[in-house]
Structures are given as C-alpha cells and as structure tokens.
Design a binder for this molecule. Structure first.
Ligand code: NZQ
Ligand code: ZN
Length: 394
C-alpha cells in the first residue's frame, strides 16, 4: 500500500429537510454576509431558494445573490462573483446546486482571497494560498465537489474555450447539506449523467498500477456495485428515496479521496479527455465520460489486464473466462450495456457530436497542455494515443 494523506474536513448534514439547518450552519462557520450562488433556475422553481432565504433571515444573516451558473461553469461569471463579493463585503459563499455551482463558488473564493487574475490558479501560474469559506446545498448527486479538493472552470474569454481544474485543499467545503429529496426534480438524463460521473470517480482511482489495496479495493467495488444497482432503480422509480440517498452518499465518497487511499493516485485519462470535449462542445460531463470510456478501456486494458479482470468479475458480475483478455472485454461490454440501460451514450455520435480530424487534434493538443504531458497511470497517453482514442470513440 502506498503512503497517503486522507483529508476530509467537510461536515456532512444528510437527510430529509436538512436544508432547514442552513442558517445555523452558516453561523457555526462564522458567516455574516453570504453570497447565495445558484444555477439556471431549478432551485428557484422548486422553492428551495425561498426556503434557504428564510433560514438565513431567521438567523439574521445578510446575503446577496448571484444566479446564472451554467454546466461547465464560466470564468466570466466567476469574475462577476468576485467583484460582487468585494463590493458587498461577503465573507461566506453558499452554493445551491451541483458541481458547476460549487466549482464556481470555489473559484470566486480563490479570487477574493488571492486577488489578481483568478485564472492564474487554473493555468498553473499561481497556487491558491486560501479561499473564502464555502457551504453547499447539493441538488444533484454527480461531481462530488461537495467533498472534493477540486474546482473545474471553463475559460469562455479565449477564442477556443479551455476547461481547466485546480486541485487544492483550501477550497474544501466547510459543510455540505445533502437532502436526497432535493434531487427528485432532476430530469432523468441528469440523474443518469450523475450516476455515470460518480462511478467514474471511483473507476479512475480503481484503474491504477498499485498493489496490495485490499480494503480500498473492497470499498471501491462496493461503491460501484451500489451505484450500478441504484441507478437502474432510478430509471424506473425516480422518486425512490432510498435509491436517491444511496447514490447521493456514493457521490460524495467516490470523490473525497476514500476510494483512492493507498493507490498510486489513479488514471484520470477519461476525465481529462472528456474535459476537452466539454470545452469544445459544451456537453454534460457525465455523458462525455461514458462516450469515451469504452474506447479508452479497450485501448489500455492489456497494460493492466489483471485489474480489468478483477473489475469485470467483482464489479460487473462477469463469469471468469479461460482467457483473461476475454473476461476483461466482457467487463467493459457489461459497463457499456449499463450505460445504454440508463440512457447514456457509448460513443461521440451517440453523444450527438461529430468532431472533425482537426478538432480531434486540437482536443489532443489541449489535453497534452492541460496535463503537462503527464496523463494516464494504467498507460501513459501521448498525443497520438489520445487521437486514437478519440477516433475510436467516434
Ligand atoms: O442550473 P440549474 O437550473 O440548477 O440546472 C442544473 C443543470 O442544468 C440541473 N439541476 C441541478 N440540480 C437540479 C437540477 N435540475 C432539476 N432539479 C435539481 N435538483 O442539472 C444540470 C447540471 O448541473 P451541474 O451542476 O452542471 O452538474 P454536475 O454536478 O454534474 O456538475 C458538472 C460540473 O462539475 C465538473 C464538471 O466538469 C462540470 O463542469 N466536475 C467537478 C468536479 C469537482 N469539482 O470535484 C469533479 C468532476 O469530475 C467534474 O469534472
Ligand atoms: Zn467527473
């Protein structure tokens, strides 16, 4: 087992009506003036924002609002948020939404704390030294940003948009309010995208080159089986509370570091390849992942066959074949069948995009730049490998 640091400072308040504790939670973590940050309308429509405003008022906490965060959250709105916070003297950020809103809050927090150009933190020019405190009310189980150290922002100010992540413990959310009932208003497609992303956060860590990770593997496999099982329930019964709850908790544990303890850090190729698709075509993150994963898996599986076999047998329930490669391929096919079952694409054309050769080359160039040519633990991917995978995913 490799050495590791496991750091999860987020207070999780989980369950029905948990959002009613919001005002008290903001107070507990020292907030006096809050930026209420949210997305394109779902939180207003469901009445959630109104309930939140009420609890803040009840605790005498002042707030200003900034809505309009879109999936693949934009740098331009982050800048607006930074200016608003400075002007209004905001000392606490409250994200109401999913990964996009939480990530936008994290970027605003970095920008207010660090001054200067916030994009520097996403462009490897500066490392954040702090962040405004953040609380989250999660409305979609997916990105895991409520417990992760990561923030992913899309730079919409450049001619060719860039989607970049910044990983740093300073942005860890102080508290996350998770009421599974809040996710029941999600469109089926977003629920499925979320389940795909949750699975992938553990799959990225599971496909690695480490050894002796019995406990971590066991936790990872249980988490993946749980999501596979409950995602299928949610296709038929979107208002099943227990299935919503299992998926929501899995979403946080999948990306808070737990399923990577003692590994070599995991592969992350599918994520990085997807981020470039997201930057160029502005698609839903989870769907981008499922469109590319099978092509990646087939391309690299020989480099770590035993792990693909373990995944096939322990996670996907494949009967071991005499030929290990055959078992591995059956595992990959089983996962792709699952994606189809929940309505997720398994190719770029199913995702609704047809990138040209020039666009594929541009995505590969960006991917090399954003990973500083250091992508892939199962197998290192150079630019030509990335192009082959994108082409195979067409
Ligand atoms: O904007 P609204 O109207 O709220 O609609 C959202 C949005 O259109 C909708 N939605 C959310 N909760 C809802 C709801 N609709 C109805 N009822 C509800 N309860 O769902 C749509 C997607 O929301 P978004 O926040 O974009 O989803 P997600 O949580 O998947 O976040 C995606 C972003 O997170 C990044 C992705 O790259 C992408 O930019 N990621 C962040 C990570 C992190 N910070 O750790 C890790 C991930 O790997 C990922 O890269
Ligand atoms: Zn993800």
């Amino acid at each position: 087992m490799n050495d590791f640091v496991y750091y999860t400072p987020t207070k999780v308040v989980f369950g029905k009506n948990s959002e009613q504790q919001l005002g008290a939670l903001v107070k507990e973590f020292g907030g006096h003036k809050v930026l209420l940050h949210y997305g394109g309308g779902s939180a207003r429509k469901s009445g959630l924002l109104e309930r939140i405003e009420k609890t803040l008022k009840a605790e005498g906490i002042a707030y200003v609002e900034l809505g309009g965060v879109v999936p693949n959250p934009r740098l331009s709105l982050v800048r607006e948020g930074i200016e608003l916070c400075k002007k209004e003297g905001v000392d606490f950020l409250l994200a109401v939404g999913g990964g996009s809103v939480i990530d936008s809050c994290k970027a605003i927090g970095y920008g207010v704390y660090g001054g200067g150009d916030v994009w520097d933190f996403y462009d490897f020019k500066r490392v954040p030294q702090g962040c405004l405190p953040i609380g989250a009310v999660l409305t979609i189980a997916a990105a895991g940003s409520e417990m992760s150290d990561s923030s992913v922002i899309t730079n919409d100010e450049k001619e060719n948009w860039e989607k970049r992540g910044c990983n740093n413990n300073h942005c860890r959310v102080k508290f996350a309010v998770m009421n599974p009932e809040l996710t029941m208003t999600l469109p089926a497609y977003q629920t499925a995208c979320g389940c795909a992303d949750i699975l992938m956060h553990t799959m990225e860590r599971y496909f690695n080159h480490g050894d002796n990770m019995e406990l971590t593997d066991g936790i990872a496999e249980a988490l993946m089986r749980t999501v596979l099982h409950n995602a299928k329930i949610l296709v038929k019964k979107p208002d099943d509370y227990d299935a919503r709850a299992e998926v929501m908790w899995a979403g946080s544990l999948s990306h808070n570091g737990l399923t990577g303890c003692g590994t070599d850090g995991g592969d992350w190729s599918t994520h990085k390849l997807e981020h470039e698709i997201g930057a160029m075509f502005d698609i839903a993150h989870g769907a981008g992942l499922t469109a590319i994963w099978g092509s990646w898996a087939r391309y690299v599986c020989d480099a770590r066959l035993e792990r693909f076999v373990k995944f096939a047998v322990n996670v996907m329930g494949v009967e071991p074949q005499t030929d290990a490669k055959q078992t591995a391929i059956k595992g990959i096919e089983a996962m792709e069948n699952f994606y189809r079952e929940i309505g997720m694409p398994t190719s770029l054309s199913e995702l609704g995009i047809t990138p040209t050769d020039a666009q594929i080359e541009a995505m590969a160039d960006q991917c090399v730049a954003s990973t500083r040519d250091n992508l892939g633990k199962v197998r290192h991917l150079a630019k030509e490998d990335m192009i082959t995978i994108y082409q195979a995913a067409k």
